[in-house]
Design a protein around this ligand. Sequence first.
Ligand code: ZN
Length: 430
Amino acid sequence: MIGVPLCLKLRNEQSNRFGEVIMPIQVVRNFWNKRNREPQALLNRLVEINSQSSYVRGVNKIQYLFASQLKHLGFQCLFLNNSVSKSGRLLFARRHCGVKNAPLITLVCHSDTVNTNDQRRRIICETKGSRLIGPGVLDDKSGMVTLLEFLKLYITEDPPQFDLAVVSSPNEEIGSPGFTEIFHNVGRRSFLVIGFEPGTSSGHVISRRNGNRWYKILIKGKGGHAGRFEPGKVNALHELSCKISRLHELNDFKRQMSINLSRVETESRSYNTISDVATAYIDVRFSNLADRAYIHDRLMEVLNSQNVFCPATQMACDATYEIEDDCPPLAQNQKATVYLDMFRESYRDLWKEDIHEVASEGASDLNYFSHQDNVVFDGLGGVGGRMHCVDEWVEVDSISKRARALGAFFKELQFFVHRGGEQYVGKRES
Ligand SMILES: [Zn+2]
């Protein structure tokens, strides 16, 4: 339950000025409960619609519903089809504040859920005490509602001096294939990107996420019969083995750097064959761009090295690679630390509670929005548990609490940025 204020500011009709009037506690509580029912009703409505990633009709229904709410707040909405894989449509909404060259802030959520089609019949949103339970109620329907609640507060209370963009992915739960390039470009144009994925179970904000790259490595040698001592044969699998043992040495858990060979493919299935070709699938994880570059450079050195030769002709293997998935890390830069401190202060001032910034090992859409010069943080959706299960739950009050804290943060941010604070990050005025 959110702390109930003992007095409300009401308009004094006679003097036409605002004054503080002491209200009976029940009146205030009713007012506050009514305010909380609005997001709860919307959340109920969203959860009752099945929007599992592959159920395109349901995902689009959520996107249209969400867009209709954004249109009421002055956003222009665009729906983008997926040209790469089957999915719902990406929602991109934009609201100009009318100030020339205003900075752009992008807010990100997603409408798809993990629960599978055979669980559709069980989709139901129920209330238990202060919790709402249902598939996707936390991830990420609570995020969509928190985002809307925040916008309602921010846009109606003050004329915003930031341009705003809202991006809602239809297929985040499977990595948003088909849209990551758009995220990358929108991120480049945004000075701040805020993600509405669920917060941690303690309500903390996510300021760092590891990135990943998937390398498909192809080694070409020259095959033949293993029992014949003829010239001109070189085993692609042996070359690959040498390379993998060198790559294995790059694993460094303390540095959050990992190289994982997930599988190897060859055409040969018999003992007595020297492999012509070997394909390796390697997953690489890193926490910052410098480590990504470091791993890539080492990997190129290893690929360019030759270890196995035909004893007769000195023929060696060729190695090539493709990057099949390239998800940058979400790293916390100096600017992000300043903004996160501002948000934490706003939250503490309002709710007398401390929240922190934490790292998450998994990636999200927010990774693709992340650039060296912008600020990205995530986890502003609701607080709850049992994520990705049919009995996923959210603490309903967490939605309003986070929305209001964001509203207070934006007020301070507006003041800070428009006074040129952006350029003086690290020397913030008290
Ligand atoms: Zn999510």
